[in-house]
Design a protein around this ligand. Structure first.
Ligand code: NAD
Ligand code: UFG
Length: 337
């Protein structure tokens, strides 16, 4: 079985490529390296002792995609490629709509041309907006609060319409909660450009001394300690969620939707404490204003994925902190792209 991994040089894509190779899938990666570098793929090969095909290519260029499908018989696509910074998407929405939506349309058109109708799509818990209750189940109402989230919601809808038009398509919409952590080898991990937007990369840069202190965005939420609560999921668990989805896709299920989360929420202060414990470093922080657009709490009901995919997250908060810290310590400048 040969899997095309769009965005495969990125954070989640590189970890998923490792697990695909470990399971003896053939892997073809398409990535324009706009938010990643080829070194991540060298390390994927290093970790697995296996090779993969890499194309520096853009999903905005239909010919690029066409050439890859001409060269390789693809059985399914895992589609990670996209822009993902929520704040940036508010300032440059057209770039987000163009890259994420036009890029996905190009990909789907080429897949259709080559009669490859199996796709796993990276969606996000952001499609639930501010949920009315917790934990979040897959049939909760959907909404978008920013252009990035809207691209996820629109692509989900596009894929559902596509299935209605042609029920030979098999489509898995995977809604990730908050991916964190790194491969246990310390060789691959998250490598954000500049100052991180997300909590865990920010904490690890404070721990390693590259940033001064964590700004805790609000301590007056209706949560156990007043700080925001999220469902942090280890990236390796998330990657394995994709591996478990592929056999399901090959049973021709039509459209399936799964939350990929742990079901457990942790507050910002709990994450800081957890990281202090595993790193042995003191993490300075200060309480700052709420970040516009943030919600108080968000965590998954992951039971559907457990029942239908036989998948559940197994890594602990300690694993998440330990693996993030190993990656950060070994690679203070990331991949030095
Ligand atoms: P990432 O930025 O590390 O990976 C995305 C990859 O896509 C990058 O390597 C980038 O170079 C590539 N890419 C972007 N536009 C492209 C284009 N036009 N053509 C070819 N390649 C392109 O991000 P990630 O954290 O690995 O996220 C992967 C997917 O999961 C994204 O679709 C993201 O929206 C989604 N997601 C991420 C999170 C998260 O918190 N990390 C949460 C929910 C969903
Ligand atoms: N936070 C801080 N300080 C920081 C960064 C974050 O206090 O410097 C807080 C936030 O207020 C929030 C929590 O830490 O309470 C987590 O924030 P992140 O930015 O790490 O993650 P979000 O939950 O805001 O969003 C992430 C991704 C989105 C995705 C969403 C759901 O960035 O793309 O998870 O999957 F949609």
């Amino acid at each position: 079985m040969r899997i095309l991994v769009t965005g495969g040089a990125g954070y989640i894509g590189s970890h998923t490529s490792v697990e695909l190779l470990n399971e003896n899938y053939d892997v073809v990666v398409l990535d324009n390296l706009s938010n990643s570098c080829e070194e991540a793929l060298n390390r994927v090969k290093n970790i697995t002792g296996k090779s993969l095909e890499f194309y520096k290519a853009d999903i905005l260029n239909k010919q690029d995609i066409h050439d890859i499908f001409s060269r390789h018989k693809i059985d399914a696509v895992i589609h990670f490629a996209g822009l993902k910074a929520v704040g940036e998407s508010v300032g440059i929405p057209l770039k987000y709509f163009h890259n994420n939506i036009t890029g996905t349309l190009n990909l789907l058109e080429v897949m259709d041309d080559f009669n490859v109708k199996n796709i796993v799509f990276s969606s996000s818990a952001t499609v639930y907006g501010d949920p009315a209750s917790l934990p979040i189940k897959e049939d909760f109402p959907l909404s978008a609060t920013n252009p990035y989230g809207r691209t996820k919601l629109m692509i989900e809808e596009i894929l559902q319409d596509l299935y209605v038009s042609d029920n030979r398509w098999n489509i898995a919409l995977l809604r990730y909660f908050n991916p964190v952590g790194a491969h246990e080898s310390g060789q691959i991990g998250e490598d954000p450009e500049g100052i991180p937007n997300n909590l865990v990369p920010y904490i690890s840069k404070v721990a390693v001394g590259l940033l001064d202190k964590v700004n805790v965005f609000g301590n007056d939420y209706d949560t156990s300690d007043g700080t925001g609560v999220r469902d942090y999921i280890h990236v390796k668990d998330l990657a394995i969620g994709h591996i478990k989805t592929l056999p399901k896709l090959f049973t021709k299920p039509g459209v399936v939707i799964y939350n990929l989360g742990t079901g457990q929420g942790y507050s910002v202060l709990e994450m800081i404490k957890g990281f202090e414990k595993t790193s042995g470093k003191e993490i300075s922080y200060k309480i700052a204003d709420r970040r516009p657009g943030d919600i108080a709490a968000c965590f998954a009901d992951p039971l559907k994925a457990k029942k239908e995919l036989n998948w559940q997250a197994v890594k602990t908060l300690d694993d998440m902190c330990k693996d993030t810290w190993r990656w950060q310590k070994n690679n203070p400048d990331g991949y030095q792209k």
